[in-house]
Ligand binder design. Structure first.
Ligand SMILES: *[C@@H]1O[C@H](CO)[C@@H](O)[C@H](O)[C@H]1NC(C)=O
Ligand SMILES: *[C@@H]1O[C@H](CO)[C@@H](O)[C@H](O)[C@H]1NC(C)=O
Ligand SMILES: *[C@@H]1O[C@H](CO)[C@@H](O)[C@H](O)[C@H]1NC(C)=O
Ligand SMILES: *[C@@H]1O[C@H](CO)[C@@H](O)[C@H](O)[C@H]1NC(C)=O
Length: 175
């Protein structure tokens, strides 16, 4: 992806929400050598079709970046670069759409997904991190691409639930 003209349409705003360490039992915590490659930065771009994530790490990365619970279908394999990209379809991979009303009563929509940064390509380790990331959509990002979805969401908000995308069981830090 380059910073071409198409990017101007994307209305990008990204927020890194929160970090949790993978929930390993405490007794296991010091039984394996820890090789942690620290996350330096995460950027997200999204439109109604894709949630793209760019993770930059302190050291060259040869592990896996994947959407939690979708390690096979929605993964990106490190190529010893410090930067990892993953492009997730907003209709799958555990990506969920949520909304809130801001202080002025306008509806804001954002995608969120739980990502796992697995340090080794094959082994799960205690150093693996899980992060919930979210990407805020500008109001008209949907209007441009999908009026139907926007309407569906509006109805959904009245109902108090978001059921636009497939729901998956995720141990979320849902808002
Ligand atoms: C990741 O995406 C960024 C911007 O989207 C791009 O500049 C970069 O070349 C990509 N890196 C890799 C390793 O694909
Ligand atoms: C996400 O990445 C895909 C594949 O690189 C690209 O075609 C698409 O335009 C990107 N979308 C956004 C919102 O960045
Ligand atoms: C994220 O975006 C900021 C500001 O545009 C940029 O300085 C930084 O290099 C980006 N990081 C990644 C991992 O793409
Ligand atoms: C709400 O409206 C006020 C006054 O127009 C504005 O200053 C403020 O930035 C708005 N807040 C948000 C979250 O858009």
């Amino acid at each position: 992806m380059t910073s071409g003209g198409s990017l101007r349409l994307l209305h990008v705003l990204s927020i890194l929400v929160s970090t949790t360490w993978s929930a390993f039992p405490h007794s296991l915590r010091y039984t394996l050598p820890v090789t942690t490659n620290k996350i330096v930065d995460i950027n997200l771009t999204c439109d109604s079709e894709n949630l793209n994530v760019t993770v930059s790490l302190r050291s060259p990365f040869k592990g896996l970046l994947f959407a939690k619970d979708f390690a096979d279908e929605c993964k990106s394999v490190g190529t010893l670069s410090n930067v990892m990209n993953i492009s997730l379809p907003t209709s799958g991979c555990g990506v969920r759409l949520s909304s809130y009303e801001d202080e002025n009563g306008s509806v804001k929509m954002f995608y969120h997904v739980n990502l796992v940064i697995q340090q080794d390509r094959y082994l799960r380790q205690i150093a693996d991190q899980e992060k919930t990331v979210q990407c805020l959509l500008k109001d008209d990002a949907f209007l441009v691409k999908s009026t139907a979805l926007e309407n569906a969401l509006r109805n959904d908000i009245k109902g108090g639930h978001n059921r636009i995308n497939h729901r998956y069981e995720v141990n979320g830090m849902d808002s």
